[in-house]
Design a protein around this ligand. Structure first.
Ligand code: UDP
Length: 380
């Protein structure tokens, strides 16, 4: 055995597939959960609707390479994600765009705002809220404060327990103000849902005689790492191959520089006794309730059923045994992560990758791209 991979999410599964298929080498995947797919895992629930166990996952990418690669393992249903936000008693399109302006403000003022935005920014561009906040013009300042207060401030407080300006600007820039009338949540060239769900993609990727999968196994039960001598032991025997690690980097190093903070979620699924619950797949509630958003999966995977399944997301602080959904991006936490990164870089046998091991807020396509790149650079 030349390769051991910890974790069967996208990072681990793409690398396993590449190693098994193109190098014809044997791989062992060790996965703590009782299923493959990491947080992308989905299944058909009792209403016959495909739901995402760990929260909504919408595939979108501008990387043709990633799209082509995944297309080897699935057919697609074209789907463009739409999100509304409940603001001042109305459900309006998010990202905040020219349609949102028209729905919230009197028409003459809406026109004025649109004209000023068009004078200042290129049509079709994306302006992060923290950039818009720097505007000096009175009307644009009004707009920036409105969006900041009504869309970002309370949502970010719920999601991160922080002010928008205290978290890395990359985070709020994910949902910009859009200069134009495109109501879609993403503008990427490729946007779709896997026809039979994400889990099927993983099954297809891992269906290879070179890949062995050990589910329900915490890596610490079978692997010991001697960081001083830089040796890895698998069931007590020295392992000399590559260890591809997609778990929490701080856990791998026994938290020697302290714990890295993550945010977690309580996810509550509900069956609603009617055909549809809401207008689009996701409705954000920045200013009302304890949850951040409601997702109705029928909009993502159209299904004929009298009932519908919705999901409410309640953010919370990550504690031991919770699921570490999001790394908390701040300067201080990045510095701590960099210490772990330095250690792991000096341990040639270990290849860290993924949202948890790289402590990065990756989208699915970012992880797949990174796995394909790492395969070419470090493994092939
Ligand atoms: N955000 C917000 N209000 C919204 C939507 C997003 O304040 O209505 C901010 C919030 O800080 C959130 C970030 O933008 O964490 C990124 O949002 P995204 O929808 O990309 O989050 P994800 O789907 O990854 O949870």
């Amino acid at each position: 055995m030349k390769f051991i991979i910890i974790g069967a999410g996208f990072a681990g599964s793409v690398l396993a597939e590449r190693i098994a298929n193109t190098l014809n080498k044997k791989v062992l995947i060790i996965e703590k959960r009782n299923h493959i797919g990491g947080n992308c895992y989905d299944y058909k629930d009792r209403n016959g609707i495909i739901v995402h166990k760990y929260g909504p996952h919408l595939f979108h990418t501008d990387f043709k390479e990633v799209w082509d690669y995944l297309s080897n393992f699935t057919d697609w249903s074209i789907y463009h994600h739409k999100v509304l936000a409940f603001i001042d008693g109305k459900k309006v399109p998010i990202p905040f765009n020219f349609n949102t302006i028209e729905q919230l403000f009197p028409s003459t003022f809406a026109k004025k705002l649109q004209e000023k935005l068009l004078n200042r920014y290129q049509y079709g561009s994306k302006v992060p809220i923290l950039e818009l906040k720097k505007e000096k013009d009175e009307d644009l300042k009004f707009l920036a404060n409105f969006v900041y207060e009504k869309v970002f401030k309370n949502y970010t407080a719920k999601q991160w327990n922080m002010k928008p300006e205290d978290i890395d600007p990359e985070v709020t820039a994910r949902v910009p103000v859009f200069i134009g009338k495109d109501d879609r949540y993403f503008n990427d060239k490729y946007q779709a849902v896997p026809k039979e769900g994400y889990t099927k993609i993983f099954k297809n990727m891992l269906n290879n005689k070179n890949i062995k999968l050990l589910l329900n196994t915490d890596f610490k039960e079978v692997l010991q790492v001697d960081f001083e001598k830089k040796k890895i032991y698998f069931f007590g025997n020295e392992f000399k191959g590559k260890l591809i690690f997609t778990g929490m980097i701080d856990e791998l190093f026994d938290y020697r520089f302290g714990k890295l903070p993550y945010r977690s979620l309580n996810l509550k699924f509900e069956t609603i006794e009617k055909e549809y619950f809401q207008e689009v797949a996701t409705v954000n509630y920045p200013n009302d309730y304890d949850f951040t958003r409601i997702t109705e999966f029928k909009h993502i995977h159209p299904t004929k059923a009298d009932k519908t399944t919705i999901l409410k997301e309640y953010p919370k602080e990550y504690k031991e045994n919770d699921i570490p959904y999001y790394p908390v991006f701040t300067k201080e936490n990045r510095q701590k992560y960099n210490k772990y990164k330095e250690l792991v870089q000096n341990f040639e046998q270990i290849i860290p990758i993924g949202r948890l091991a790289d402590y990065r807020y990756y989208n699915m396509d970012d992880i797949i791209k990174r796995a394909l790149d790492i395969f070419e650079e470090k493994i092939r």
